[in-house]
Design a protein around this ligand. Structure first.
Ligand code: GLN
Length: 289
């Protein structure tokens, strides 16, 4: 007799719990929902439904990966960001809800540029899945984005995401180490660069340490290497009235503000993440200096 959904849910939850996975029941719901293309509530309400041997095998394989501390959405290969489904790959950071705060805060700046100029050129440095750039493009239809990454794998994923979301005609991928291959000036620069101190990367939870790409996390000895690179040439690549919006680590507000101050920028706006930590800084040129 075929197994039921309820028996597989229970078995999977027990295996994850026994393996010390904290939110075992929730993870199982999300995994099975994604694998079988069922809503989260259907995973519970359709408990009596039979599950084919093939689906049961897929569920057991996913549970084994979760036991090895692979995050749920990396197993599923996709995560929603700002309402957009985004494919993940080996060299892309899994987009986090905290980063939606940056998107949210940048939208009014893009709209103001569009009101003034009819369009808005965005530069996303270190785009990964394309999350920030694609979310901005999906919200502001007059905007165009150039997205850099040092990883060809990440750029291929970002491009595939742009195509899947119908945004490819306004999205330009650029293989570049920060500004290395960037020409010209942009109205808005955004980035969620690697900002974790090298010594701290080793202490992160296994889901992040083993499965997010180190290049997207490791900000060097003091965690600020990427901000130094981004600040040093921001003046060359930003339009006069442009703004630059960055995600930062919870304890980096002063240090990053000082780096940009040294390049004649001033803090225009800051925002905290959903957990109440400093997470977003937006800079503009300080025209009085
Ligand atoms: N916020 C991520 C984390 O906590 C780090 C992302 C980054 O370095 N940009 O793992």
């Amino acid at each position: 007799m075929a197994e039921t959904l309820a028996s597989l849910v229970a078995e999977s939850r027990d295996r994850l719990q026994a393996g010390g996975i904290e939110h075992a029941a929730l993870d199982v719901r999300h995994l099975i929902s994604g694998l079988l293309d069922l809503s989260l509530s259907a995973v519970v309400s359709r408990g009596r439904d039979p599950v084919s041997d093939e689906d049961a095998q897929r569920i057991r394989a996913a549970v084994a990966r979760r036991l090895a501390r692979e995050p749920v959405y990396r197993i599923l290969g996709e995560r929603e960001f700002f309402g957009l489904p985004l494919r993940l790959s080996k060299e892309t950071l899994e987009p986090r809800p905290d980063t939606e705060t940056l998107v949210d805060r940048m939208i009014p700046y893009l709209r103001a540029v569009v009101a003034r100029k009819g369009g808005c050129e965005i530069m996303d440095l270190g785009t990964g899945t394309g999350a920030i750039c694609l979310a901005l493009l999906s919200e502001v239809l007059e905007a165009r984005g150039t997205a850099t990454d040092i990883s060809g794998d990440a750029l291929a994923t970002a491009t595939a995401n742009a195509v899947a979301l119908g945004l490819a005609d306004r999205f330009r991928p650029l293989l570049s180490n920060w500004y290395e291959k960037v020409d010209g000036r942009y109205d808005v620069i955004v980035s969620n660069p690697p900002y974790i101190r090298s010594s701290v990367v080793e202490e992160l939870e296994p889901e992040v340490r083993l499965h997010d790409p180190a290049a997207a996390l490791d900000g060097g000895e003091d965690g600020l290497d990427a901000y130094r690179a981004i600040a040093s040439q921001a003046g060359h690549h930003l339009e006069t009235n442009g703004v630059i919006g960055l995600e930062i680590g919870f304890d980096q507000k002063e240090a990053v503000t000082a780096l940009f101050y040294a390049e004649k920028f001033r803090l225009r706006e800051e925002a905290k993440d959903l957990g109440g930590n400093d997470r977003v800084l937006i800079f503009e040129r300080d025209t009085n200096r």
